[in-house]
Write a new protein. Structure first.
Ligand code: GAL
Ligand code: MG
Length: 1000
């Protein structure tokens, strides 16, 4: 070794050396001095700008421990932060495959290495204390040096590491140097589906503590058998000897409930009729723990979680998780997330009726959990452990090799360690109702031992680990210590199957994969969840899209990059763009859909004529009268004609009540549709949401649609002239001129008053820009030629009688190399004023896959921009994804209807429409109606453009307004990771029949 190089001890490829010089795990707290202050004087934050130098590998490090070494020429970097966000190394997104060779415990020698340096002062006032240096998160491992002396080493990126640096400290200025490596043996266990980032990404601070102090404490709350009286038990662990300790319990109004002194390192409070904690009413007591020279404040929520008869109860109440999986992810700050960012997420979640969070797939910052205590979320706290890369090496396969890594003896210690760091740190948080041993790492004896450790350490919570379902490597799985049977993305049939034949409560730790346009199956899952007491609910995959912000385009669009955009290998493309909100937290329609499926109330129509409805309280703990104000609207033909202020209703959790809304009977006598929309409006302010916030709604159809098809006919006794040759038919009316193409069974041009209505031939359309959820079926669709379908006409007949022209065609839709997709007969009827009615009748070839859609596509002049429709809006709506929309009359325009998915795809269709009107700026309009409700979509982008671009910012607008009028549009589903689209949402019928009229 050359003298100016520093050699790191190789702990980073040694899974038996996980933490060198670290303190034992303890619960998270920040100690305070005795004087009452809001901010602790016992914490010295080291956040801020640090000196920084990046090296390609750890073998070329300068020896900063040498006397007189200077950091003068270093760069400066913010801490906490991720180095890739400041231009070092490169971005790399991979889901399952390891981004390095399968060579555990070894990692690449080209292992990005960062030297961080910071000076800090220890003042006279603090210098007699013990000094504890804390890192709340460093990816992936790090070496700590204080005043040029090696202090210790640690790993497990999303866990706290604490070092007693007292022996290395001097009064006045001290030097802290931290070497962070991108990869270590732990990286094999941190193969989470995310961008792989590096650095000191969470808070760093020094705690000043008295010589003798409380090291750890464990609070357990217990309720008696009728959930009335409680015991709070607290066990203490001191640094070396116990110190006099007094505990005072306060209620939320800061009133003292009781004060007690600790005896034999423990203490118990007995409470009569305390206020319990739950996610809806997160009541917190405050515990003040006083020792001679230090105070620790700790919030306490009293609650109990138990399983009785295979059903999960909280405080004796059956509950449902309406959950999300949440990653720490931001397009600008990466893994580094502030309280403000978290509060934004939690606020949006509360607004959307979400009550549970799984910290996928690692523990969050310790204060994250505290916010969940305070604002009320059930948390599944997951340890920092995922190793599914073990399914991807040569010859590896998901099912056979899942456990390959975690069954290696060398990782047993790490598996336990990662779980201990999670459980021991966060154990005093009432919001945590379940521990998770990790995600997708397979199963092994090490997991079983770890599970038994957790259950023995903390008997007050449930234990979950989905990875236990994979039995591999000859290991016989023992799952007896797991309390729930949890799966991901299971089709509903599989769930029903499980529930019919197995005990243990059932949970979906991931479901309704929210990638791109989707998910389409939320309501179906929740019907199943509500049906079975043993099905405790699920957690959406996932809360937010992950992407990297790369500035804006010249026309002001955000540039978000996903996998592959940094030329990395291997990568998983846009599989990280799969959240309910965009990377910068703009909600996708998915969130609105989820929100309304999990609305706090559900209404059912009992009798339309008398306006008799049943209301069910879907909450677990709150009486509706304390949460919801009801307002109903009567919609006639999609427009609000009456409003009823219903006020509050007294309905206990899970219970129902019957209400009568007196509806003016005159409305029933009219022909058009009638519905009641019942809005659930938040009645009081809550910490994160305000009174007046719309929590959800139901729409009850009192009377179904009855809008007859307008038929093209003779309107003013004006005749139509026709001319026909072998390929074209020319139709001339008083004010229109249409050209019909006999080889396309459709119109080449439509001109009214010398203005073109269509600027390209009118097309039959069976294709859509595939959604992420179509990515599997897309291959079948493409092999069946749906993306390149052609028209083949066999016969065309023309009649011109009584001022009405009829053109009938018998034709097929096929594609090169492919048999018939559709065999169709259409009759186009043209009325004397130019109105066109299409009658379509035919057969689908059932040997081919279901159709994406079936309808017409019109390329209108761009000036057609205003849109009015009677159907499901205002959000994009599909046969299986319309719960955030209602049947009504909506006005919008083509631009505003577009839904801007980062990876462009089918979007903004509207389901179950009775009428659509597109108007131009010059006062022309197209009015569409059909014999049965239809779907439509209008866009500035063609389906071909959407399908061909990888990013939204690359899209080019069409020169036309594209209008798609669909007999049907197939559903959306969640097949990007979940089950195939359910049959009932597919266009798979053999016989097709459709009538539609276009009026100009
Ligand atoms: C799951 C995995 C998640 C995520 C998801 C796909 O299998 O647990 O982390 O990768 O698939 O988006
Ligand atoms: Mg190691």
């Amino acid at each position: 070794m050359l003298s100016n190089e520093l050699k790191l001890p190789n702990y980073y490829e040694d899974p038996s050396s996980l933490h060198i010089g670290c303190e034992d795990n303890r619960s998270y707290y920040i100690p305070f001095a005795l004087e009452n202050t809001n901010e602790s004087s016992r914490i010295l934050t080291l956040n801020g700008n640090w000196d920084f130098r990046y090296y390609e590998n750890p073998f070329v490090l300068e020896d900063f421990t040498k006397l007189g070494y200077s950091y003068k020429n270093y760069d400066s970097i913010p801490v906490p932060g991720c180095i890739q966000m400041y231009g070092y190394d490169h971005h790399h997104y991979t889901n399952i495959p390891f981004p390095f060779a399968y060579d555990a415990p070894y990692v690449p020698q080209q292992n990005p290495t960062c030297v961080y340096h910071k000076s800090f002062d220890i003042t006279e006032e603090n210098c007699n204390y013990l000094q504890y240096l804390n890192f709340e998160g460093v990816d992936s491992c790090f070496y700590v040096y204080v005043n040029q002396t090696f202090v210790g080493y640690s790993q497990v990126s999303h866990s706290t590491s604490e070092f007693n640096i007292t022996p290395y400290i001097r009064l006045g200025q001290n030097d802290l140097t931290v070497v962070v490596l991108k990869w270590c043996d732990g990286s094999y266990l941190e193969d989470q589906d995310k961008f792989r980032m590096t650095g000191i990404f969470r808070d760093v601070y020094v705690l000043h503590r008295p010589k003798e102090h409380i090291r750890d404490f464990f609070i357990k709350t217990q309720l008696n058998n009728i959930y009335k009286n409680a015991q709070i038990e607290i066990k203490f662990n001191y640094r070396s000897v116990s110190v006099p300790t007094t505990c005072t319990l306060f209620d939320t109004k800061d009133q003292i409930i009781s004060t007690k002194t600790v005896q034999d390192a423990m203490l118990a409070f007995e409470l009569e009729n305390p206020t319990l904690w739950n996610a809806e009413e997160p009541y917190l007591y405050t515990l003040k723990i006083e020792t001679p020279d230090e105070i620790i404040y700790q919030k306490i929520g009293i609650r109990c979680i138990e399983i009785k008869n295979d059903i999960i109860y909280i405080n004796g109440v059956k509950i449902k998780f309406k959950g999300v999986n949440r990653h720490d992810s931001d397009p600008v700050t990466g893994y580094t997330i502030s309280r403000e960012q978290v509060l934004k997420d939690l606020t949006m979640m509360k607004e959307s009726n979400i009550n549970a969070i799984r910290t996928s797939h690692y523990p969050n910052a310790p204060w994250f959990t505290q916010l969940c205590n305070e604002y009320g979320f059930y948390v599944i706290s997951e340890s920092d452990l995922e190793a599914h890369g073990a399914t991807q090496f040569y010859g590896g396969s998901s099912f056979d090799t899942f456990g390959d890594l975690v069954q290696k003896e060398i990782f047993a210690k790490s598996i336990l360690d990662r779980n201990q760091r999670n459980v021991i740190r966060d154990k005093n948080n009432p919001c945590i109702i379940m521990w998770s041993m990790g995600n997708e790492a397979g199963y092994s004896k090490a997991f079983e031992d770890t599970g038994r450790f957790i259950k023995a350490y903390d008997s007050t919570r449930l234990l979950h680990y989905e990875g236990s379902i994979h039995e591999t490597g000859g290991h016989k799985n023992d799952t007896s210590m797991l309390d729930v049977y949890s799966k991901m993305y299971e089709p509903i049939s599989g769930i029903e199957n499980y529930l019919a034949t197995n005990p243990k409560p059932y949970m979906l730790c991931e479901f309704i994969h929210s990638m791109g346009n989707g998910p389409g199956d939320i309501e179906d899952y929740f019907e199943c969840i509500y049906k079975h007491d043993r099905f405790v609910g699920g957690f959406v995959w996932e809360w937010c899209d992950h992407a990297i912000y790369r500035g804006i385009t010249t026309n002001g669009k955000n540039i978000f990059h996903y996998g592959g955009d940094s030329n990395e290998f291997p990568h998983d493309g846009n599989f990280c763009v799969d959240g309910m909100v965009s990377p910068d937290r703009v909600p996708h329609p998915a969130l609105a859909e989820y929100k309304n499926v999990i609305r706090p109330v559900r209404a059912f129509l009992l009798d339309a004529a008398t306006g008799k409805i049943k209301l069910q309280n879907m909450l677990d703990f709150t009486n509706l009268k304390d949460y919801v104000n009801l307002q109903a609207q009567l919609l006639y033909d999609g427009e609000v004609v009456e409003t009823y202020e219903l006020g509050t209703v007294d309905v206990k959790p899970h219970e129902t009540t019957v209400l009568n809304i007196t509806i003016n009977q005159a409305y029933f006598k009219q022909t058009k549709s009638l519905s009641l929309k019942i809005n659930y409006v938040q009645i009081f302010d809550k910490p994160l949401t305000k009174a007046g916030h719309l929590l959800g709604f139901d729409q009850l159809m009192l009377k179904e649609h009855n809008r007859p098809l307008v038929h093209a006919k003779d309107y003013h006794q004006e005749s139509i002239q026709t001319e026909e040759n072998s390929s074209l038919i020319l139709l001339k009316g008083t004010n229109f001129r249409y050209v019909f193409n006999k080889m396309q069974a459709s119109f080449d041009s439509l001109t009214i008053d010398n203005c073109n209505i269509i600027e390209k031939p009118l097309e039959y359309n069976i294709w859509r820009a595939p959604t992420d959820n179509d990515s599997t079926i897309r291959n079948e669709w493409e092999s069946a030629g749906y993306n390149r379908a052609l028209v083949r006409v066999y016969e065309t007949t023309l009649t011109n009688k009584n001022n009405v022209v009829k053109i009938s065609c018998r034709f097929a839709i096929n594609a090169i190399q492919i048999q018939h997709i559709l065999d169709l007969n259409v009759t186009w009827t043209i009325g004397s004023n130019g109105t066109i009615t299409l009658d379509l009748d035919g057969k689908r070839n059932t040997a081919l896959p279901f159709l994406p859609r079936l309808g017409l596509r019109l390329f209108l002049p761009k000036e057609y921009n205003a849109v009015e429709y009677l159907g499901y809006g205002p959000n994009e709506s599909y046969i299986d994804k319309h719960r955030s929309s209602w049947f009504g009359r909506f006005k919008s325009n083509v631009e505003n209807m577009y839904v801007d998915y980062i990876k462009p795809q089918e979007n903004s269709s509207h389901f179950h429409c009775e009428e659509v009107i597109l108007s131009s700026s010059t006062g022309k309009n197209i009015h569409v109606n059909a014999a049965a409700p239809f779907s439509f979509q209008t866009s500035r982008y063609t389906q071909e453009e959407l399908a061909s671009k990888a990013h939204n910012y690359e899209l080019l607008q069409s020169e036309h307004t594209v209008l798609c009028l669909d007999y049907k549009m197939s559903g959306i589903g969640s097949n990007s990771c979940g089950p195939a689209l359910a049959n009932q949402y597919q266009i798979r019928e053999e016989h097709l029949s459709f009538q539609m009229t276009l009026q100009f």
